[in-house]
Design a protein around this ligand. Structure first.
Ligand code: UD2
Length: 331
């Protein structure tokens, strides 16, 4: 049973498909689905996803190795599936600035291919991992879904295009789609080792290794950092909600609280017992200055509430990186 593509030809029915199943968010969803006893098919091309993220569940799911850019593969992977969580993407604003084509093909063409596969298979609902980067740098806080999008970076444009495709497939084909705009998610399994890693993961590993992190800009940029458990819960609620409340719509998923990067650095350093101040470097091209969500639409439509706040999320995240990266005590 070692062949990664085995699920494609067996005709096994999977109730849930998770794209990007070996990624940070995808693997967290797979874990929760398997725990609930669901039949799960996971898709990943392992470009940024990691096999070890599936260590605890790989024997209890169907793993398909494939790429969103392969339209035929998307038709095959959707066969027999009822519900799709579409988390697969080439993430990161700076990565998209450096190499826009790679993320363009995965995030826009890939999402389109998946939707075509889902339509052909008669999938009942798809929940899409959208991005808060859609709001860009326009005035007006907190961000509300009624604001016109104003993306800056290629990544932001791509994730927004994915949303629009999702909504269009609801409007013209009746495929129930829901767009969840995540605001800076962090937590266990977020890859810390790449220059494109999320800041919380990157700083955690750097502090554990005694390396001095660099803040890009003055550190006064604000983010609505959101712990992973909140995202998992939002996905399930959005998947289970009545279609008339959610289909074709966009929802912010966040905590509704803003922390600057300087504050975040301080909180993380305290938990890590890390004494060094940060280095400061130039701002990143495409970076959004401030980000803060109004989460009332998700609350009203499907009862979303943040389950784990910033501080508790940080504690859990630090504990995980310590455990995973072999540093049991900061002292
Ligand atoms: C964007 C989206 C987020 C998600 C993510 C996926 C916004 C507001 N957020 O996150 O919703 O889609 O993309 O990748 O658009 N930074 C440093 N030093 C480092 C690394 C990062 O200072 O070593 C800064 C970075 O310049 C930024 C902040 O930390 O101001 C957060 O960066 P990030 O890469 O974690 O996430 P961000 O905001 O680009």
């Amino acid at each position: 049973m070692g062949h990664p593509a085995r699920g494609w030809y067996t005709g096994i029915m999977a109730k849930y498909l998770v794209t990007g199943c070996a990624g940070f968010i995808g693997s967290s969803l797979v874990d929760a689905l398997v725990k609930r006893g669901e039949t799960v098919r996971g898709l990943d091309n392992f470009e940024t996803g990691k096999r070890e993220n599936l260590d605890g569940v790989v024997d209890r799911m169907e793993l398909v190795e494939g790429d969103l850019r392969d339209a035929d593969a998307m038709v095959r992977v959707c066969r027999g599936v009822d519900y799709v969580f579409h988390t697969a993407a080439v993430a990161s604003v700076p990565r998209s600035v450096k190499d826009p084509r790679t993320s363009h093909t995965a995030n826009i063409d890939g999402t389109f291919n998946l939707l075509e596969g889902a339509r052909a298979a008669g999938v009942k609902r798809a929940v899409y991992s959208a991005s808060s980067s859609a709001y860009g740098d326009q005035p007006g806080f907190p961000r509300r879904e009624t604001m016109a999008p104003a993306p800056i970076s290629p990544y932001a444009v791509q994730k927004l295009a994915g949303e629009l495709y999702m909504s269009s497939f609801w409007q013209v084909y009746g495929l129930e789609t829901v767009n969840l705009r995540y605001f800076n998610i962090f937590g266990p399994r977020q890859d810390p080792g790449s220059p494109y890693s999320g800041v919380m993961a990157r700083f955690s590993l750097q502090m554990l290794r005694g390396e001095q992190p660099t803040i890009f800009g003055d550190g006064e940029q604000g983010r609505d950092f959101t712990y992973i458990d909140n995202v998992v819960s939002a996905n399930f609620l959005a998947m289970d909600a009545a279609a008339e409340k959610v289909a074709g719509r966009v929802f912010n998923i966040a905590c509704g609280e803003q922390y600057t990067l300087n504050e975040t650095y301080g909180a993380l350093a305290k938990l890590m017992d890390f004494q060094e101040p940060p280095a400061y470097g130039p701002s990143r091209a495409g970076d959004v200055r401030d980000s803060l969500a109004d989460i009332s639409a998700a609350r009203e439509a499907f009862g979303y509430e943040p389950l784990v706040g910033f501080e508790e999320g940080l504690r859990r995240t630090v504990a995980w990186y310590r455990e995973e990266y072999g540093v049991s005590s900061p002292k």
